[in-house]
Design a protein around this ligand. Sequence first.
Ligand code: GLU
Length: 296
Amino acid sequence: MPVITRFAPSPTGRLHLGHVLAAQVAWELARGSAGGKFLLRQEDIDSPRVREEFYAEIEQDLEWLDLHWDGPVLRQSGRVAAYTEALASLRERGLVYPCFCTRRVIQDEWARMGAAPQGEQGPIYPGICRVLSAAEQKPMLESGAAHAWRLDSQKAACHTGRLSFHDARFGEIEVRPDLLGDVVLARKDIGTAYHLAVVVDDAFQAVTHVTRGEDLLEATHVHRTLQQLLGLPEPQYHHHRLVLDQAGKRLAKRNDAASITELRAAGYSASEVLALAKQAGHGHSLVGDLERSHRG
Ligand code: GLU
């Protein structure tokens, strides 16, 4: 079966070396397979943070790097109806619940508990709205009170039974649906959220291999759970290493020194940029070197 991969950046900032590595891993996997496809998806649901100029910059950077994609670019902003439908299907089965909590209410609850319950990536939602009855929810929903929708991770676990996923680096991993707690599947402000959109679209685009940074390994527990609940196929995974900065931290959008625009302006060629990203993929922390050679 031909391999279908995707690169899924958010047009909320410039591409940096971490993105180049992600795009390169996906591109090489697809190009190594007869009839394989490398797709591009602009993950632009976070409308308050999206900036128009980044769509074109991302596409120009990929073209400059010779990482050409197949077919049209998918924009998540045009897919909201599909996310709403998926959410409705989870709602009908009582697998999600409305959450009216503000950040402040959650923090107060953590303080009341003495310590916030910890998930794999920090404190998790303490379940305040999970216990609301339908009779309590109804007037709040009818009054138009702002609310998010959260996955009921315990109920989800009962529905899915034992699940696992396969990762090219980490092997077979047993899914823990509650690893990140009751995650938000639809934000108050935008009506959807990353975990739901990514799962719906990977299936829509028939992605066979999801490649992305290892910082999203825990999120995959949520994604496999959602795939099972929504009757979507299971892709293979490859969580690659991250490109680290001098302090050993993951590159973020604020690391301008490593943005492709900057590297290009500093005279790096496309093949040098690809090679730098690849070195990072082999565990070499290179941004220090990069900045040193800049200064020199
Ligand atoms: N838009 C996400 C990011 O840039 C994509 C993550 C994924 O590949 O699932 O981190």
